[in-house]
Design a binder for this molecule. Structure first.
Ligand code: SAH
Length: 242
């Protein structure tokens, strides 16, 4: 069931024209049209008051690049706040806590999100403190700006909002939701370029199929993601998967 008040996302960026971008298509785009969520995109530059509408300045202490000015960014945040705004305020940042499915679930339960997209070398540290920004990273690599990272985060959050996904269970078997990577998928034709669909999947034996899928998920996780595999073993008390 769609919730009565839409999930309210505000995005602060120097490139508002990048939005909704991918979020205006497919699952997220349809949910936007249906009013399950709404997107308020704001140009940080609109909060610049000086003649040249400067948003950045050179780093204190020297060094390359520019830093987003605290006064401008804080004003942009304050302008974006809703009455009695209880939404988490996020800053996309490679220094942040990693975006995981668990964090996505946590954010989905909020009334909405205010997301700041950084640019240049980043933002003045005092805004992070003064406006209580929670730093979130989409991975251990450096993007040129926070916009694509914000889109990743919003895409993952929006698909879990009530009423967005067709089948109620379709989110539950995905990689990470179970703590394991997902098993391989197949569809017709039965033989393609000499490769067969594994026999068990054509057997109609649902218990066997479940067992096979579980085995594949464990095998893939053990091989590709030892970090996830160790967690899984700890949680399930298994010691069988050397
Ligand atoms: N000098 C910074 C990187 C700045 S990249 C550092 O070394 O940590 C410019 C902006 O892109 C950042 O302010 C952030 O908003 C965004 N960004 C870059 N990589 C990101 C990542 N892995 N996750 C989330 N946001 C990222």
């Amino acid at each position: 069931m769609p919730q009565d008040t839409p999930f309210a996302a505000s995005v602060l960026t120097l490139y508002p024209e990048m939005f909704p971008g991918p979020l205006g298509h497919a699952l997220a785009g349809r949910a936007l049209e249906r009013g399950i969520w709404q997107l308020d995109v704001r140009n940080i530059r609109d909060a610049a008051t000086d003649r040249h509408r400067m948003v950045d300045d050179t780093p204190a202490g020297g060094g390359p690049g520019m830093v987003l000015k605290p006064d401008v960014l804080a004003r942009a945040i304050d302008d974006a706040l809703l009455p009695g705004d209880a939404r988490p305020r996020l800053l996309m940042s490679p220094r942040g806590e990693p975006l995981t499915q668990a964090l996505v679930r946590e954010l989905t339960a909020q009334p909405g999100l205010l997301i700041v997209c950084g640019r240049f070398e980043g933002v003045d540290e005092r805004v992070i403190e003064g406006r209580n920004l929670r730093e979130v990273s989409v991975g251990d690599y450096i993007l040129s700006g926070g916009e694509v990272a914000a889109m990743c985060l919003l895409d993952a959050v929006v698909r879990l909002l009530p009423g967005v996904m067709g089948k109620a269970e379709s989110g539950e078997h995905e990689s990470f939701e179970t703590g394991l990577l997902e098993h391989p998928h197949y569809t017709r034709p039965r033989t393609w370029e000499g490769r067969e669909i594994p026999e068990v999947l054509l057997s109609g034996n649902h218990a066997e199929i479940e067992r096979w899928r579980r085995g594949q998920a464990e095998r893939l996780t053990r091989k590709r993601r030892p970090d996830l595999w160790r967690n899984w073993q700890r949680m399930h008390g298994g010691d069988d998967g050397d």
